[in-house]
Design a protein around this ligand. Structure first.
Ligand code: DX5
Ligand code: ZN
Length: 234
């Protein structure tokens, strides 16, 4: 059990210049048999954050990775780890992923009826605090909470799998949420992000871009990241 007083803030969202595009490769799309090498390639290409998709097979119909993988990745790199919890009860996992080495945790608004408690706990643990909306969940569902967050994540696919088609009907929701956020708060998009969809999301107000297939599905990770960054440029 980590004592919150021992924790210096690990929140990566306060350390990157507001509005600067942040590229966050999703490890879900990496080759798990050579995860360290793929992380090296992505970091060498200049990505700022590593996105870790945690799926429990209940909240979404897929299983992915748990605290053990985060612990290994934490031992391997000091890059900020952005954990996206797609689990039915995120409250059960905050300490475990903080202890494993997460720097920021994003939980689904649909998965808890006590979001303020989870945000407060993340603050005590010194982590970044984000909330995420499934495509069918309206921006207004965060209206009372949005001021307390470092970041809001708008899913641009149905959560559960990489490699899906981008949902362009999320662009209005991105713009709506951007209008609800202060300039220093981040707006992350996740799912089907490539240079073209990144540009559309940037124009709508996003500044953190998660990409799995577009980066790790490429035979030249550095070139893929460079193209993404170009599409995501302010
Ligand atoms: C989906 C995950 C996404 C996904 C992104 O549930 O949250 O992070 O892995 O993968 P691509 O970029 O391939 O859509
Ligand atoms: Zn994700």
């Amino acid at each position: 059990m980590i004592q919150s007083r021992q924790i210096q803030s690990r929140n990566p969202w306060t350390r990157v210049a507001p509005n600067r595009a942040v590229i966050a490769p999703s490890l879900l799309a990496a080759d798990f048999a050579r995860l360290g090498q793929q992380i090296d390639q992505a970091l060498a290409a200049g990505v700022e954050v590593l996105h870790v998709d945690v799926m429990d097979g209940h909240f979404v119909p897929n299983l992915s990775m748990g605290p053990g993988v985060v612990k290994s990745v934490r031992r391997y790199t000091d890059a900020p780890l952005d954990v996206h919890l797609m689990v039915t009860d995120p409250a059960c996992y905050l300490e475990r992923f903080a202890e494993a080495g997460a720097d920021t945790i994003t939980f689904h608004v649909e998965a808890t009826d006590r979001p303020r408690e989870l945000i407060a706990r993340l603050r005590e643990l010194g982590l970044g605090a984000g909330m995420v909306l499934k495509p069918a969940t309206p921006a207004e569902s965060l209206a009372e909470l949005v001021g307390e967050l470092d970041m809001v994540l708008v899913m641009t696919v149905e959560p559960g799998y990489g490699g899906q088609e981008f949902m362009s009907d999320m662009l209005d929701k991105i713009a709506r949420l951007r209008s609800m956020l202060r300039p220093e708060q981040r707006l992350q998009v996740d799912g089907g992000i490539n240079p073209d969809t990144a540009r559309l999301c940037r124009q709508a107000g996003a500044d953190v871009f998660v990409a799995g297939t577009d980066i790790f599905g490429s035979d030249d990770i550095a070139a893929a990241v460079a193209r993404l960054r170009e599409g995501a440029a302010p």
